[in-house]
Design a protein around this ligand. Sequence first.
Ligand code: ADP
Ligand code: ZN
Ligand code: ZN
Length: 755
Amino acid sequence: MKIAQVYINQLNIHLDRLFDYLVPKHLESQVIPGSRVVVPFGFGNKSIDALVWDLKSPPSDSSKLKSILGVVEHFPVLDHQQLKTCRFLQQVHHSLFMDVANAFYPGPIQIRKHKDSNGVLRYYVGQKDRESWLWKISQRNPNQTLEQLLSTVRSNATVQREILTLLWESPIEEAVLTARFRGVKKTLESLRSAGFLEKHRMKSMELEDPGPLEVQGAPRLTEAQQQILEDFEKGFQQTHLIHGVTGSGKTEVYLHMMEAALKKDKTCLYLVPEISLTPQTIHRVKARFGQEIAVIHSRISDGERLEQYKKIATKEIRIIVGARSAILSPFQDLGLIVIDEEHENTYKSSNRPRFDTVSLAQEIARLHGAKVVLGSATPSIGTYYLAKNGQYGFHRLPDRMNGQDMPASLVVDMRVELQSGNRSFLSRTLYASMREALKRKEQIILFLNKRGYFSYVFCRDCGYVVKCKQCDVTMTYHGEDNRLECHYCKATAPVQHQCPACGSRKMKYSGTGTERMQNMLQKYFPHATVLRMDTDSMKKKDAIADAVEDFTLGKADILLGTQMVTKGFDFENVTLVGVLLADLTLNFPDYRSSERTFQLITQVAGRAGRGNKKGNVVIQTYEPDHYAITHAQQHDYEGFYEKEVAYRKMNRYPPFSTLMYIGFSGNDEKEVAKECSEYHRLLSAEVTKTDPSLVFEAYPPSKSNIVRVNNKYRYYILIKTEHVDAFQEAIHHVQRSKETKQFKSTIFVDVNPNF
Ligand code: ADP
Ligand code: ZN
Ligand code: ZN
């Protein structure tokens, strides 16, 4: 008889430990670490699913133990390495084990049971189909206009009218609607039974396939590329950095590294920051290797995800391309992990488990004896620091493959513009350059680093500001569909024309940053077509792909957008890039704001002059002497790095320390605040007990910037320390202390969070 040690699949801190169960004889071959089983639990012996962590021999008296009832799947859902990875994540983030484990296996899953012909209870998994519906206007009266349609709806049914107006433009996915309007499902169904709307089942989203697939041979590597491959092969380091501007041939190097790993019968993982923005990369990988690859991202259905998961687990697929979550796959014989654009903040997960992809990749690579390759034109300061100090293999590709120079950049001091009477958002220089470019029939990209700039609604008489009812946040006005939205909880509200505070009718509305900018641009350049790209205008399926296609075909002259426009697009005819206000990121309250600004400017500047024409960049700013701006202008990463690393060192910011963020949230503000302080006290005592000489700064318990979100109050403790292991240890103890276990607040621990 064997004993299985299992984790009960319940997210409860009191159950976050191993429970012992007897393994009945007939299940012995199937109950192994990583299998999912059903066990009787609690007073009522309710059957509940659990995950097997390990097996052990029974103690001398095992008569009190209960037996496992059945096995859910016939294969272990998590393999040996994944179980270890779960443990690693559990320890770093102080999460519940099952909370981490559930993130690995595709869900949601439903366990069903039936009696077989012998009357034995058997368990199996029913894939709960996450159904996806597309809503559209009913086709009954094809000649009807929107006005006619609306005239049949009650005039005070605001949400109904709003939905009909939105759907009139184009069909919308149910998930998008439910994210926008609270409790919309009922409204949709009632509109359907009244004959206004119809719904269609959607197939899961396929990524845009950019054309027929032809297996393409590899080009001959340049000497520099060849050298990198050799050094990589010989290098003793686990992690390697390739520092090279966009177009310098990094991807080609990754592909060769993958080829070498595949030849050794290894599996390869290729990570990109955001899959919908990189269709070319997927195509390139497919075309190069001509074998089935798994493409993993948030928009595939659970069924597809499970299918890919199984194929990876059985090594039927050995090439995986994906966004952050692909790192949780059941790799067999992993040989290589490529992380392209490693500096992107999408690699840091802000949901549970809050992992950092690069550190997690290194841990997984260690378990498999694999290597990690990081690539970027603007590596994160931490990465570059380790590469320069020899902890990472360090490789450079300084030149663009096509021998093109980097674009010429100009910095415009907006203070001078203002002093000389120009109050507009366009400097004279940028305006003139735009006119020139338009005259030459060339295209322009304008980058405004914030959606929701100038976006709130206020009363010009008393200053009243419209705030979200559930969050302490001003609501953002969206001119396109004429409503207010809370960017934190997605609640919406109709526009108000009368001030609820003083009754004045002078409520001032203006569109979001990019949206308003689009209108202004249209006034300056009435003959130009302006295309806007931000998360508002790109909500619909394929919107990005369509926009990219339109711009490539020259259907628009100016592409205006948020960070989205800085990504890897390659438009031949773009010769001018304008950064409208570089200061927006510079003044963000985060120690990485300079790094972020440098990266964004460099990236967007790289969009100019990709074809044979020379590119120009105009950077508008109120701080023209800031080192992030001056070095970005000169395309001088090294110079920027030196300044930034000195600043970090002086202030003991990462990589010279680790920031640990302990967040608390709950329904009762007083209670959350009290528990946060209590935790702080326990932690300080614990740290002093372990090692009184530890150097650290623990900021006192504080309110979050926005204290209330979704009616939950949020407090936090921030710790800056050079002794992260000792702190992890102390947090571990506090987390499991009897005081903390009584807390009502939800607590989470994040390491070097994105602020
Ligand atoms: P990066 O990943 O740094 O942006 P890529 O690998 O995409 O750079 O290379 C830029 C362009 O140069 C691509 O069109 C690629 O096909 C081409 N290229 C890269 N390496 C070679 C090579 N050795 N010979 C010919 N063309 C190459
Ligand atoms: Zn007022
Ligand atoms: Zn809100």
